[in-house]
Design a protein around this ligand. Structure first.
Ligand code: IDC
Length: 465
């Protein structure tokens, strides 16, 4: 659609770290554009475009075209559909954000590889002329590593409230996870054990304790597919997961829906089940801001190419209902970034999943996985958004003694890299990884520290802090 009369204001925020630069002249026009850089790092930056509808009637679609100089390309974008021709990138709505009411606006973001700022900008075919947002030196700093620095907030953050009230809809920003104001967030929380085995561990009182005493940001719902799980009763398990998402939501926690494949390790074995399940849960929770989808717990014995293929079939099913949710993809070798099968994260960097707003899962068990795994996480975190969707303080069997030294080394690393985590498990299983002593769940005594195991006490302290 051609819009010669449009008075759409396209505002491109690109907050320059050191100096805020204007990239476009400011002709007198009803349409404006301004570039700042939200955050920068060695060889890239994050930009944001806001399309404002300054007219008195609704806009039914929009298109923004940005041309970049040689050496700079857009590697990732969110809240938009991206197409490229030569050095010009065309950004159009993802569906839900096509329509803009009078006076309203919509935003999308992108990650540029390279330091060149756009040399041309068009909004609905017309030059993005207008004002810059000059002057105000940004408080953000140039990060020495490729990590994304925290961008300046444009609104005053609420200081009180639940994790979801404070952070809202999350999205991937560069290699980090950001809240809806573009600030890097690290979510800390607990995973259930298999919900088929420990239903009495996930009750109103246990979740109250997790949310209000532990101050957990995150509740991971581990829905096994095999082992008496989803495959035995798809409707029943879908309903149990939905109910637990509602319980987390009522308490202001983020809910991570874990499609807990484990054996067999090839996610393709469960592809049709995954499509059915995620179509249903994403439809149910599309309007929520607090749902994160983890589509394959621990692929093993399969190539990265096979995992990627699975992901590229499941992600669109979720996106069709819930376009802005963060989706997490398991990695090779029981989500070890390939390390447990002799590989490493380079295979993902070389062949990333073709989707935006995604992260990759990394799992560890502190007594089994030590320095070489930590080194790989540190290396991978420079170029991949990572989430530790599961980890234990013990061995990979789920049992044995807590390895405090290795656990603390992991916590320090994850805190430094701002990588979120969920601990295996908030349950009273008779194994070292469980946070609660056996019998706790049937007794219903979750409050305080009396029913915590050594692992539970360690985790409660970490999460509360
Ligand atoms: C373990 C449980 C254990 C259960 C076993 C089989 O702790 O009680 O008998 O699964 O289902 C993982 C898996 C997770 C494992 C955990 C510990 O994601 O399902 O749970 N682990 O072995 N990956 C590495 C370790």
């Amino acid at each position: 659609m051609k819009r010669r009369t449009a008075t759409i204001l396209a505002t491109v925020f690109a907050v320059a770290a050191a100096s805020t630069a204007a990239f476009f002249a400011l002709p007198a026009s009803a349409e404006t554009a301004a570039f700042t850089v939200q955050s920068t790092w060695n060889n890239g930056y994050q930009g944001q475009v806001t399309v404002n509808n300054n007219t008195s009637s609704q806009i039914n679609t929009w298109k923004v075209e940005l041309t970049f100089p040689a050496g700079t390309s857009v590697t990732q974008s969110w809240n938009t559909t991206q197409a490229v021709s030569g050095s010009t990138y065309t950004f159009t709505p993802v569906g839900w954000n096509a329509t803009i009411a009078p006076g309203a606006s919509t935003s999308f973001g992108f990650i540029a590889s390279g330091t060149g700022r756009p040399t041309s900008c068009l909004v609905n075919g017309q030059a993005c002329t207008g004002t810059t947002t000059p002057g105000s030196p940004s408080p953000s700093v140039v990060s020495p590593s490729p990590s994304v620095s925290v961008s300046p907030s444009t609104s005053t953050p609420p200081v009180n409230g639940t994790p979801v009230q404070v952070n809202g809809q999350l999205r991937v920003c560069g290699t980090k996870l950001c809240n809806e104001r573009g600030q890097v967030v690290q979510l800390k929380g607990m995973s259930t054990h298999g919900i088929q085995w420990f239903p009495n561990c996930y009750t109103d009182s246990s979740l109250d304790v997790l949310a209000k005493e532990w101050n957990a940001d995150l509740f991971r719902i581990a829905m096994y597919v095999q082992e008496q799980g989803y495959e035995t009763d798809p409707a029943g398990f879908t309903s149990r997961v939905n109910n637990l998402v509602e319980e987390a939501t009522e308490r202001g926690m983020y809910a991570m829906i874990d499609f807990h494949i484990l054996t067999p390790g090839d996610p393709a074995f469960n592809l049709e089940r995954a499509k059915t399940f995620f179509a249903q849960v994403s439809a149910r929770h599309a309007a929520k801001k607090n749902v994160i989808y983890e589509i394959a717990n621990e692929p093993n014995g399969v190539s990265w190419a096979q995992i990627k293929n699975y992901a590229e079939q499941v992600i669109p099913v979720i996106r069709a209902n819930d376009p802005d949710a963060v989706i997490i993809i398991g990695s090779r070798g029981w989500s070890s970034l390939g390390v447990s099968e002799g590989g490493n994260s380079s295979e993902i960097v070389a062949n990333p999943v073709n989707a935006s707003n995604i992260m990759y899962a990394f799992h560890y068990y502190a007594a089994s996985h030590k320095d070489n795994y930590r080194a790989e996480v540190e290396r991978a975190a420079a170029s991949l958004p990572l989430f530790v969707t599961e980890f234990g303080t013990v061995t990979y069997t789920g049992g044995g003694a807590v390895d405090t030294a290795s656990s603390n080394a992991w916590f320090d690393l994850l805190d430094r890299l701002k990588i979120g985590y969920a601990n295996w498990t908030y349950s009273d299983a008779n194994e070292g990884s469980a946070a609660l002593k056996p019998g706790t769940c049937s007794a219903g005594s979750f409050a305080g520290t009396g029913s915590l195991t050594e692992s539970g006490a360690l985790l409660r302290n970490r999460i509360r802090a």
